[in-house]
Design a protein around this ligand. Structure first.
Ligand code: XLS
Ligand code: NI
Ligand code: NI
Length: 437
């Protein structure tokens, strides 16, 4: 029984193709810089959006028509949904997926019931993984949906809530391990605050770190070898999320001794909400040694919230791929489409169009980035811009031979100086366009 009887496997047909259900640039086995496209991207679909987003918004209820959904969200219905998802992954040639515990199985009346529901559904995931070869990129726990998490989870003012969250993450890590998951992600959910008057910020942050240390310890205890990720996001749902951006997350991890165990999962729309670009966040995380994985989506410049749209902007994907290539590509992470179709795009076929657009935007971005790297044109111009550091006084400073006193002496002797050559920003931009169009 197929959920998508009218869709055949989506394959590469080349740039000239006008088939809306084909890839124009993504050719899984094609090698770029010595590695297949499949291995460069490690594309993943997000269970929460692809299977669970109904299209509701603050003004109206769900719009999506999903013929495979039953009337009640019970274990049987959840199991049926898993099969639909894997058919989708297969037809799209997506090798990975990600989930929250509560996306895949209904929450029960007690934790024990929720865990039992998970076990029943995980069985089907295991079978479908074996059948299709698709793999779990990372798992996570939903520590924000249930009203018990209204004040946060690990940063809750209530110790019982912290304990509940710990128990929930324990189980989420167990099923992630059972499914051979390659990572586990912490996204802050409600880890932040709305009002400073009623908030003990230090206590909340100390507890968040305590929580993550417990997770790291438990991974050791059960032999879970996957990579932990921390996902920055500056706002939504709380006014001040503690995981604001890459720099704030890295500071937190270092301050609490978690830097060896946790890397970052950078999301495009979260970067823009923080007032950064995604390439800034990627570059910042990567040069500090924290680039782990990417949640690929995009926001809308005219809307100020996390719209989680599919990425289609080739400029943006080119910039992202330039950073990812520069730092040697993904080791454990991948490109997870943390993106959903619009409320008005309510038919199942739209899930295909959306993911095809995202995949192809990245494939095209990779091809352009690789061309730019091959010619080294921009690299050379940037190197030239910093050339005063390559020898003479610059090289001496960088090798630690100077201090304020010796530099004063140097300048007194040298007299007035020239700042540098022109920054040539416009020329750089024109060169980028030459590769893009
Ligand atoms: C929400 C986050 C979330 C995480 C996983 O904005 O992006 O989807 O990726 O909890
Ligand atoms: Ni995300
Ligand atoms: Ni998001």
């Amino acid at each position: 029984m197929s959920a998508f009887p009218n869709v055949k496997k989506v394959v590469y047909e080349g740039a000239e193709s006008t088939n809306p259900l084909a890839y124009r640039f993504y050719n899984a086995e094609q090698k770029v810089e010595g590695k297949t496209m499949k291995d460069h991207f490690r594309f993943s679909a997000a269970y929460w959006h692809t299977m669970r987003a109904g299209g509701s918004d603050p003004f109206g209820s769900a719009t999506m028509v999903r013929p495979w959904e039953g009337n009640v969200d019970n274990v049987k219905n959840a199991q049926k949904r898993v099969k639909v998802f894997f058919e989708f992954l297969e037809k799209m040639q997506l090798p990975y997926y990600c989930f929250h515990d509560r996306d895949i199985a209904p929450e029960g009346k007690t934790l024990a019931e929720s865990n039992a529901n998970l076990d029943e559904v995980v069985k089907v995931f295991k079978d479908e993984q074996a059948r299709t070869g698709a793999k779990l990129l990372w798992g996570t726990a939903n520590l924000f949906g249930n009203p018990r998490y209204m004040h946060g989870a690990a940063t809750s003012c209530n110790a019982d809530v912290f304990a509940y969250a710990a128990a929930q993450v324990k189980k989420a890590m167990e099923i992630t391990k059972e499914l051979g998951g390659q990572g586990y992600t912490f996204w802050g959910g409600r880890e932040g605050y709305q009002c400073i008057w009623n908030t003990n910020m230090k206590r909340e942050l100390d507890n968040l770190a305590r929580f993550m240390h417990m997770a790291v310890d438990y991974a050791k205890a059960i032999g879970f070898k996957g990579q932990f990720y921390f996902e920055p996001k500056p706002k939504e749902p709380t006014k001040h999320q503690y995981d604001f951006d890459a720099a704030a997350c890295i500071n937190f991890l270092r301050a609490y001794g978690l830097e060896k165990n946790i890397k970052l999962n950078i999301e495009t729309n979260h970067a823009t909400l923080a007032g950064h670009s995604v390439e800034h966040e990627l570059e910042y995380a990567a040069h500090q040694g924290f680039l782990g994985s990417v949640d690929a989506n995009t926001g809308d410049t005219l809307l100020g919230w996390d719209t989680d749209q599919f990425p289609t902007n080739v400029y943006e994907t080119t910039k992202m791929m330039l950073v990812i290539l520069k730092y040697g590509g993904f080791k454990t992470g991948g490109l997870n489409f943390d993106a959903k179709v619009r409320r008005e795009s309510f038919e199942p076929i739209d899930l295909f169009y959306a993911h095809i657009g995202g995949v192809d935007a990245f494939a095209k971005g990779l091809l352009i980035a690789a061309e730019m790297r091959k010619s080294k044109e921009l690299e050379k111009m940037t190197k030239e811009r910093y050339s005063s550091w390559d020898n003479g006084i610059g090289a001496e400073i960088e090798s630690g031979k100077h201090d304020f006193k010796s530099l004063e002496k140097y300048i007194l002797k040298k007299g007035e100086i020239e700042p540098n050559n022109s920054g040539r920003q416009e020329l750089f931009e024109n060169i980028v366009n030459r590769y893009t169009f």
